[in-house]
Design a protein around this ligand. Structure first.
Ligand SMILES: [Zn+2]
Length: 246
């Protein structure tokens, strides 16, 4: 009788003291860097010099950053990627992840950071993954998301190109399983490219996700609404979960 009573009292306490387990927080212990592409000030003439800085990225010489694209109605890619990253952050934190952003503002009074510094940020934090969020500016009939992963470049991506491709594919699978719409213009929704500084400078698993085409009416409508931005965040979260699922 007494033993039963003790069990009755103690078992609920034990349950309360047990840390949330993997099923509740599948991203516990993971450091995830979100990289909202571009910055509003990249198009500000006062930063022209800074944006024009160049570095060799393993295959070509490229600028610090670019202005990015926009919807026909004028929503800048920088603002869109910023909003999606801000919505994605709490979704990942709710699953136990530590989430860091490569930029802390979306303003015309700032530029960059340069793509090599975005990569450097993820490297410095020893991130478990870096997701670079972009949107495309393709012909109007093109729509949907795709990923970009690196070619093998000796001394640059030798150690990362395989995991980058695995991350890219996991993102595609996870995003599609969450209801995301994959691209209708990129074969297998995956580009293998050697010219992407964000990826080449990175030493941690990295992918660039072009979440949709800003010049497509349907994608642009989704990108321009709060509910649509939340959808993009949910798709990306599902992709990240897929990568870390064991
Ligand atoms: Zn972009």
């Amino acid at each position: 009788m007494r033993r039963a009573l003790i069990a009755l009292l103690v078992l609920p306490l034990l349950a309360m003291a047990t840390p949330a387990h993997a099923a509740d927080e599948p991203l516990a212990g993971k450091v995830i860097v979100l990289d909202p592409g571009h910055q509003l000030g990249n198009s500000n003439p006062k930063f022209r010099k800074q944006i024009a800085q160049t570095r060799f990225n393993g295959s070509i010489v490229k600028n610090c950053n670019t202005t990015g694209t926009a919807t026909n109605a004028g929503l800048p890619e920088a603002t869109f990627t910023w909003k999606v990253a801000k919505r994605l952050k709490p979704l990942l934190e709710a699953q136990g992840a530590t989430v860091l952003l490569t930029r802390t503002s979306n303003t015309r009074n700032s530029y960059g950071p340069c793509v090599w510094d975005r990569a450097g940020f993820a490297n410095a934090h020893k991130a478990d993954a870096m997701i670079s969020i972009h949107a495309d500016g393709a012909p109007a009939s093109a729509h949907g998301f795709f990923a970009i992963a690196p070619t093998r470049i000796k001394g640059w991506t030798t150690d990362t190109y395989k995991v980058d491709r695995r991350l890219s594919k996991a993102m595609l699978t996870g995003m599609e399983s969450a209801g995301g719409v994959p691209s209708n213009y990129i074969a297998n929704h995956l580009q293998i490219r050697g010219d992407q500084s964000t990826i080449n400078f990175n030493k941690v698993p990295t992918t660039i996700i072009e979440v949709g085409n800003m010049r497509n009416a349907k994608d642009a409508a989704r990108m321009s609404s709060a509910s649509g931005q939340q959808q993009y965040a949910q798709w990306l979260a599902a992709g990240i979960e897929r990568f870390f699922a064991r």
